[in-house]
Design a protein around this ligand. Structure first.
Ligand code: IPE
Ligand code: MG
Length: 222
């Protein structure tokens, strides 16, 4: 989800207003994902690098996160959506951790679309955490290096319970992964759009899915 700041700048508004408009785009996109019957959607909400932003902006984003959870939790529960979080969210403010854990618990038995939210997430950090976990197990003799397979690695990542990654959508004209789902992106299709995140919605998601449907995925096979 990129381009909130530029969306606000174009309108001579403070960046916080761009983030606020970004929340509306989140709502539209979640509704569309349910309509389209997607199995899972992961939103890159806050990266492990976003802490480098000004104190004011980080605090605005955290405030918005608190506001969003409070406002929308009932709708997520009622719509049978299962929340999932990737990233080291436990290192966030204690009240946010508590709120998230509560929503995770409340939606755990839901059987509909999975809404994964990346919070304090970085792809390199995720791989590092998994590697440290393996090293700790090896150090106490629980595993030997040969035990570590691709499948093992996948199951040690935050996305272990998510389906394989099919499509990455990057908004706002940037053409980078920016530390998002690095391991998982190995054979994902990439879709870039100039649309700024606050302008994104069902029609944009549909266009991305139509583009995805036209791709020929060979996984290196031929
Ligand atoms: C994305 O928009 C907001 C976050 C997910 C933190 P940006 O804040 O990166 O917007 P630009 O790139 O400045 O336009
Ligand atoms: Mg940006």
């Amino acid at each position: 989800m990129d381009g909130n700041g530029r969306w606000a700048k174009k309108r001579h508004l403070p960046r916080a207003m761009g983030h606020k408009a970004g929340v509306e785009a989140v709502r539209r996109t979640i509704r569309a994902m349910e309509d389209f019957g997607l199995e899972a959607l992961t939103l890159y909400a806050f990266s492990s690098e976003n802490w480098k932003r000004s104190e004011e902006e980080v605090s605005d984003l955290m405030g918005l996160l608190r506001f969003y959870i409070k406002q929308d939790v009932e709708e997520l529960v009622a719509n049978n959506i299962r929340l999932h979080v990737i990233g080291n969210y436990k290192a966030m403010a204690p009240d946010i951790v508590k709120m998230i854990d509560k929503v995770l618990e409340r939606t755990a038995d839901n059987t509909g679309t999975i809404l994964a939210v990346a919070l304090n997430y970085g792809g390199q950090d995720e791989i590092l955490r998994a590697a440290r976990g393996f090293a700790q197990k090896a150090a106490i003799g629980e595993i030997v290096p040969e035990d570590i397979t691709e499948a093992h690695m996948a199951s040690a990542l935050d996305t272990a319970k998510l389906p394989p990654l099919d499509l990455i959508i990057r908004t706002s004209g940037e053409r980078r992964l920016s530390n998002f789902l690095l391991w998982q992106a190995a054979y994902a299709e990439l879709y870039f759009t100039d649309t700024l995140w606050p302008d994104f919605g069902g029609d944009h998601l549909k266009a991305a899915l139509q583009d995805f449907a036209s791709r020929d995925r060979r996984y290196g096979g031929r």
